[in-house]
Every structure is written in structure tokens, then in C-alpha cells.
Design a protein around this ligand. Structure first.
Ligand code: G4P
Ligand code: MG
Length: 173
């Protein structure tokens, strides 16, 4: 099956329109929380349009012995999260909503720090049955693009960015 392949410019344009839709929907975050590592670059681009501090979190689906697990675990979390997030409006950012498990886990963990609100945004949402669900406390969920359930090649994963861009151009003809 054909993969999706996006260039940095594609991603930038998607984030710009996403930011406009977030603002139009009344999203006025105090902080952006990026889920690493896929959410780092989208969050940074988003900050060019919604200029708020970026905090980062990381979760993994492998245990200390490098074995895959069902339960995510935090590999990095926000220092003094309670103090920093309590009463704040959070905008949570990731690159892809795939199974939704990571997003659900992060939303639930962030909710435990009593923020004022949580909005969630992703570059790409795969249209498929989801293992995780968006907790009802999430006031706003916006995806840049809804896509079929196919593998997405991101530019930051490319070993040869020129080849990546050539293939992206060829597949969009
Ligand atoms: P979700 O809750 O956000 O839906 O994520 P899920 O746990 O289902 O995703 C597991 C990992 O697989 C995530 O990476 C996610 O970014 C990655 N992933 C899912 N679909 C795609 C895809 O089509 N293309 C690419 N490149 N990655 C995909 P992770 O474990 O968080 O690692 P990282 O790459 O973000 O560091
Ligand atoms: Mg990710």
C-alpha cells in the first residue's frame, strides 16, 4: 500500500492552518505541551503562530528491559508539573493520532495536575478504530488532516531529506 510522505513545507502549511482553526475555535492556551519525540517539531512550528512556552513529555511502550508492554510509562515528565500546570490552559500537541493510546495516557496524566482546560491537536489523524479514547474533559480536539490508515513518512525520519522530498513530489503528481 502507498505510504503518505510529507515534506517540512507540507507540515508547516498544515500547522499554520491548524493554528488558525485553533484560534478560531477559541483556543487560548497558557502552555503548549509537546509529546516527544514526534510532537517536538510540530509544537515548535505551532509556536510561530501561537506564541506560548513549550513543555515536553515523553512516554514509551517498552519496559526497563526493552521489552514491549501494553502500559505506557513516562520516560520524561514536566518538572514540578503540579505547580506549573495547575489552573493552566494546556494545548497538547503530537504528530499523529494513530491508536490514540499515547494521547489518552498523556491527557489523563495531565488532568491529574488539575489544569483549567486541555485541548488536543495533532498534525494527522488516522481514520481507524481507536484503542484509546479522548477523555470528556478534552474541550477541543483538532487534527490538521484526516488520513486513511496508512504509514506516514515524516521528513524528520528521513536519512536522505532530498530523496524524501523527491519521492513526496513524485507521489503528489
Ligand atoms: P497515539 O496514541 O498518538 O495514537 O500513538 P500510538 O501510541 O498509537 O503510536 C505509537 C508510535 O507509533 C508513536 O511513536 C507514533 O508517533 C508512531 N506512529 C504511528 N503511526 C505512525 C505513522 O504512520 N508514521 C510514523 N512515522 N509514526 C507513526 P512514539 O512511540 O511516540 O515515538 P516517536 O516517534 O514519537 O518518538
Ligand atoms: Mg509520537
Amino acid at each position: 500500500m502507498e505510504k503518505y510522505r510529507f515534506t517540512y513545507n507540507d507540515i508547516h502549511r498544515t500547522v499554520r492552518s491548524l493554528a488558525a482553526r485553533l484560534v478560531a475555535a477559541g483556543c487560548q492556551p497558557d502552555v503548549i505541551v509537546a509529546i516527544g519525540s514526534g510532537g517536538f517539531i510540530p509544537a515548535r512550528i505551532l509556536r510561530s503562530f501561537i506564541d506560548k512556552p513549550i513543555l515536553t513529555v515523553g512516554v514509551a511502550y517498552y519496559d526497563n528491559d526493552n521489552q514491549p508492554t501494553d502500559q505506557p510509562r513516562k520516560v520524561q515528565w514536566i518538572e514540578e508539573a503540579e505547580r506549573i500546570l495547575q489552573g493552566k490552559r494546556i494545548l497538547l500537541v503530537d504528530e499523529v493520532d494513530d491508536s490514540r493510546s499515547t494521547l489518552e495516557y498523556c491527557v489523563r496524566e495531565l488532568l491529574s495536575h488539575q489544569p483549567a482546560s486541555i485541548a488536543v491537536t495533532v498534525l494527522h489523524n488516522k481514520l481507524k478504530p481507536k484503542r484509546g479514547s479522548m477523555p470528556p474533559e478534552v474541550g477541543l480536539y483538532l487534527a490538521g488532516l484526516d488520513l486513511e490508515d496508512r504509514w506516514i513518512c515524516y521528513p524528520w525520519d528521513a536519512a536522505d531529506i532530498d530523496d524524501h522530498d523527491r519521492q513526496a513530489a513524485a507521489s503528489s503528481l
